[in-house]
Design a binder for this molecule. Structure first.
Ligand SMILES: Nc1ncnc2c1ncn2[C@@H]1O[C@H](COP(=O)(O)OP(=O)(O)OP(=O)(O)O)[C@@H](O)[C@H]1O
Ligand SMILES: [Mg+2]
Length: 325
């Protein structure tokens, strides 16, 4: 349904008082993955590894420097996400919805919940008129575990977990096919996290959704995802089904992430020593691997692909930052 191929994105840091020369942050350095129809694909990695940049590029908040993104809707039509006409763009905006990390900031405090749910919908090609939209809003509220009578209230009246449910309800109003959830449970305490994860799993079935589920917490990602991609410094380090990755993490960075979860301890000395290498915070202005800088000038989609090795069916491991496999 979603196919991201060889994506590159770097940010220009303006020269300033402390740095005379122009510098770049290498945020995404040749990332490829795909999300199947009604699949939950988890993207995991430490803060700053490029997860949000990848997601924002998918929803066209950023233009990629190289690479391509294709989206195939359930009806079979394929969109090349970064070369769309005006009407296709509006169509696609209804198919892919982004749920943000911080519900407190993404919900306008002055609007009622009904206004919040219908604000974007109103200008989409799918708007059914105010009467029908109100009925849909009531139904969506119930679907996310809130009440239809909550529609007149304002965000301040709700707890953090309830606000996250409102953000999810807003995304569901247009009946999207792909939901991008970027750190949607990171700001919530553990018991509420579980409720929201279970809600997403139920909604996935009811709304026949695919999901790109982004989080830095591997325990959370392993719980909800069908397949997982592990990112480090803008590169994909390993990809496998959640079950396979949990049972047999191969890349030292993946093992480092597992070792950071208190409940899961790997019975393996190699795993413990491997983690040392990933403790320091990397400098994002230094590319993690050698990058052909000409791709940024040419804006060509033809950068060299960053390949992983397939060590078992569907289990991919990066040769970078790795030990011989
Ligand atoms: N608009 C921007 N301008 C300059 N640098 C940016 C911008 N957005 C992100 N970056 C940098 O790109 C890198 C990747 O950031 P990104 O937000 O994608 O990471 P992330 O994996 O989502 O992290 P987190 O888990 O903290 O949300 C970071 O070094 C960040 O500082
Ligand atoms: Mg992020």
């Amino acid at each position: 349904m979603l196919k991201v191929e060889n994506l590159y994105k770097r940010f220009n840091l303006e020269a300033g008082f402390f740095a005379r020369e122009e510098r770049y942050v290498y945020a995404v350095n040749g990332v490829s993955f795909s999300v199947g129809d009604q699949e939950i694909y988890g993207l995991v990695g430490e803060s700053g590894c490029g997860k949000t940049t990848t997601a924002r590029t998918i929803v066209q908040m950023y233009k990629p420097d190289a690479g391509s993104i294709h989206f195939t809707e359930q009806g079979g039509k394929t969109y090349n996400v970064h070369s769309l006409g005006r009407s296709e763009l509006a169509e696609l905006r209804g198919k892919i919805k982004y749920v943000f990390q911080d519900p407190a900031r993404s919900l306008n405090p002055r609007m009622t919940i009904l206004e919040i749910l219908t604000a974007g919908y109103r200008y989409s090609p799918y708007w059914p008129g105010p009467k029908q939209a109100l009925e849909e809003a009531k139904a969506v509220m119930v679907d996310v575990g809130l009440q239809a009578s909550d529609l007149d209230r304002r965000p301040a009246d709700f707890s953090g977990g309830q606000r996250q449910r409102i953000s999810i309800a807003r995304a569901l109003m247009v009946k999207p096919e792909l939901l991008i959830c970027d750190e949607v449970v990171s700001a919530l305490d553990v018991s509420i996290q579980g409720q929201i994860l279970n809600l997403l799993l139920r909604l996935k079935e009811e709304y026949k959704l695919s999901m790109l589920f982004i989080a830095h917490d591997l325990a959370v990602v392993s719980y909800i995802s069908d397949r997982i991609g592990v990112m480090y410094r803008g590169l994909m380090m390993e990809e496998a089904t959640a079950r396979e990755l949990t049972a047999r993490p191969l890349h030292p960075y993946t093992r480092h992430l597992y070792a950071a979860i208190p409940q899961i301890t790997l019975q393996n000395d190699a795993a413990r020593t491997a983690t040392r290498r990933f403790r320091e915070v990397p400098d994002p202005t230094r590319p993690p691997v050698e990058i052909d800088e000409t791709i940024f000038e040419r804006k060509s989609p033809l950068a060299k692909a960053v390949a992983m090795l397939e060590v078992a069916p569907g289990h991919l491991v990066s040769p970078y930052f790795a030990d011989p496999v």
